[in-house]
Write a protein that binds this ligand. Sequence first.
Ligand code: SAH
Length: 369
Amino acid sequence: MSADPLTLPRPGKLSLLGMPAANLVEFFENVDEKPYRARQIMRWLYQRYVTDYAQMTDLSVPLRKQLAAMTTLELPPVLRREQSDDGTRKWLLDVGANQAIETVYIPEPSRGTLCISSQAGCALDCAFCATGYQGFNRNLTSAEIIGQVVLAAREIAPAEITNVVFMGMGEPLANYRHVLPVVHLLIDDQAFGLSRRRVTISTAGIVPQMLKLADDCNVALAVSLHAPTDELRDRLVPINKVHPIAELLDACWKYAEGQASRSITFEYVMLDGINDSVAHARQLVKLLRNQPAKVNLIPFNAFPESEFRCSPQPTIDAFWQTLRNSGLIATIRRPRGDDIAAACGQLAGRVRDRQRVRLGDRVIGASSS
Ligand code: SAH
């Protein structure tokens, strides 16, 4: 694979983790092995969470040695584990060069959701997000992304991970090249075998990649809308200046067409006095009414540098009621894991900004470190 300047993993051996099934078959053919070795390795990695060749007993000892010499299955080392009072768990993972990312597991009575990161930092600079505040360092590799799932599955009872959401650090569609193979492995029966509707890509609205994803692998889509007008969304989600609301929604409805009765989830963070009035709710209704849409209201989670406050509960309730009264499906997300800074938008990991120009107004022309 050619070097990608935005993805500079630690130098070293070829990683078979995260490699698409077809490439794995090709790899084994190139070393004069049978193609079914690919399936064996995938079973070890993604169904038994074994990343030590020595334990792969259906491979011959010489092959195990050869693989260990040529390749790696290394997972990002865990720097810290935390557990919230509500059962939410968080891992801080070392991705080299003094960068760290976070993965969160959220148990609920009827499902268990693993929230994974796709980038060290984020370049999109959304005004209310802790990850964006830190800036962007690099794209994660497929191995680093799928590695989060393998690691979590090994540490919690695997059957308890029923859903995987790309809602950790980073903008998954800005790292399409490394995210897509992971999405394929998550739904592949030879690998994790989740159903498409249980894998969610969340995006701030990178329209060309949304349309590409619709063709490549139409898993569930969540869109971070957060404002009903371009004027306000330009300020909160600066990518809106590139792909404004009309263009974004057009792409959403196209995406939904390929999805047989599944709707798009619109995330809407509740910011006190900014986007939370009943008038805003009515504008939102106009945008989404009679479309395959549901709205997820997210109470704003504060982080040390944030300038916003969360809307008071009665304001959130009134907003929700306005949506419901006009027939929209809307839910209010219950904050989880906020005592360990694991809630939406609180994931900061450890990122050194390498980006000089950001999309938003916060840092332009200077690196923050
Ligand atoms: N980059 C992707 C995924 C990131 S985060 C995206 O933008 O969708 C997942 C969700 O958390 C997004 O909807 C994001 O806007 C929201 N979020 C970010 N910061 C938040 C905060 N401080 N409080 C609540 N939600 C936040």
